[in-house]
Write a protein that binds this ligand. Sequence first.
Ligand code: COA
Ligand code: AMP
Length: 633
Amino acid sequence: MNYKEIYQKSLHQPEAFWAEQAKAIDWYNTPSVILSEDENGYPLWFKDGELNICYLALDKHIQDGYGEQIAIIYDSPVTQNIKKYTFNEVKSEVARLAGGLISLGLKKGDTAVIYMPMIPQAVFGMLACARIGVTHSVVFGGFAPHELAIRIDDCKPRAIITASSGIEIDRLIAYKPLVDEAIALANHKPKKVIVFNRKLGARVPFKKYDVDYDALVYGSEEVPCVPVNATHPLYVLYTSGTTGKPKGIVRDTGGYAVVLKYSMQYIYGIKENEVFWAASDVGWVVGHSYIVYAPLINRNTTVIFEGKPIRTPDASTFWRVIEQHKVNVMFTAPTAIRAIKKEDPNGEFIKQYDLSSLKTQFLAGERCDLATLEWYLEHIPVPAIDHWWQTESGWPMVANMMGIEKPIIKPGSVGKAVCGYDIKIFNDKGEELSQNEEGYVVIKLPLPPGTLIDLWKDTPRFKAGYLNKFPGYYFSGDGGYKDEEDFIFITGRVDDVINVAGHRLSTAEMEEIVASHYSVAECAVIGINDELKGQIPLALVVNKTGDEIEHFQLEQEIVKLVRQQIGAVASLRNVVIVQRLPKTRSGKILRKLMRTIADGENVQIPSTIDDEDIVEEIIAVLKKYEIGVYNKK
Ligand code: COA
Ligand code: AMP
């Protein structure tokens, strides 16, 4: 069957389609109910199935005779270290760590937070939790203690697994003091903090709740996998929403395992035993799905890369990793390619490496601009496949399905709907738009397996954020359109979420922090275009009357505040002082208007604006500070 036929089958006979795919994984109890509903009427997949995802990722391959295959390659240019682990070695470490967690009182139904740099122990921690039915919540290491504390209070972990330190290009980041600070800030107090000491020289203050990771692993016996229900929450992953409080995306176990296996074969087109490299971080959904679970379930070798595309040590790193580990399929964010292109515009480094193992390059996480795509295709002779998905979906929603058909790359498009996703473009009233008309990207329910099943302990917010706007449909938060051949184009978020270097952040959250500065009367934070990072935040601030704070001081203090509260990853560097913000007559701040002014796009002044003169005032300020299109560099 071709893509069109398979896709149609997935929409018209979803139960038969996914029941068939479910056979590709091992179950303790094969599901007999394929599609049902939870108490809120939300679709659930494989309700009565029982499985363990750690078993699928490790034990199964050992039982099948592949224990000596390399499961993980840890490549760390920042510590100049490369280490390979077989499935036998990973299973042994994970099973003992899981035994250690049990000895500390963790059990099925508990939660554990993992706050780690990109090291194998982060993956071991995730798999150990999964092995015993503990729901993990990995928090990206670039988030500050305040963000970690918010997540601790929300998911109430019994334990935190962390490391002594991480390395950011040329500086050591001591993680342990950050965890201690977060625990001090949080109302919920985890019982234990398991610390992997990397012995890189970071300060590792000792607290009563500390447990040494190595001692725990070596002092524990291996424990078997605990069967869990298909709907058991494998993890909670927090992502930015449109308020200051992140959303805890809940992922099931059964549906997720099925689609991850499916996606490796039919989207990524990779065979068992080949090498898959997702150059992301375990703190993001890409890391969960395509550094950890999917490649291991599919018996691929996965690469854990602790470095950056540039400056670790230079723009050749990606090509070196591909050659050295014979990477077959790679995944990265366009921002990484932009960074490499900037340092090595003529692709001189690329010529020095043998990239013949590479079959396909996947790109996602943010919009891929045409210049980046063209540069890639000019220098590397493999298909560069842009594809679209979100933390919420957990796996691609739109792509070229490489395992089904030869790709058709239409520059600017993210491809066609993936099997299981009935994607439509709606206007504000919930009416389907015609071809090439831009609107809201929505997906008809039921979503396929593996997608979010709820927000952690917050079903009302789940419904309000995703389901209520267009009844019967999931609202993605993105805008876009479909062309006459059903290729989908994503035009960007329609809410306050921005994408900075592939990192999803909330401008609403930044606004709350900026507003807390003592001299700020009111403010707006918007995402503006950036050549390297895709988008960066810009804060526009109205000072309190009579406050004579210098611009330089205000900017420094606000930048520091955001770094302290969210983390450096927020990349807020520009703060401008304006006399007033553009608003509608009813007082709503016109953020989109400011965005189009800063990006130099076709500025359309809404008829509801309070005072039109303000547009010229904002332009004058942006020119003065050389921001956005007015940046002369
Ligand atoms: N721990 C601590 N700090 C971190 C961090 C972490 N895990 N990750 C990032 N930071 C810090 C950085 O050190 C930097 O701090 P600085 O402002 O003091 O220099 C800041 O957060 C911004 O980091 P980053 O966005 O990585 O920018 P950069 O300028 O260091 O590097 C790129 C630019 C383009 C090379 C880098 O952003 C990149 O590799 N992007 C690809 C992202 C990606 O793959 N995302 C996954 C989505 S699929
Ligand atoms: P995250 O949840 O961090 O994966 O971010 C998801 C958001 O990133 C989506 O809602 C989109 O706005 C954006 N995004 C992801 N992939 C793409 C892509 N290929 N093209 C355009 N935007 C993308």
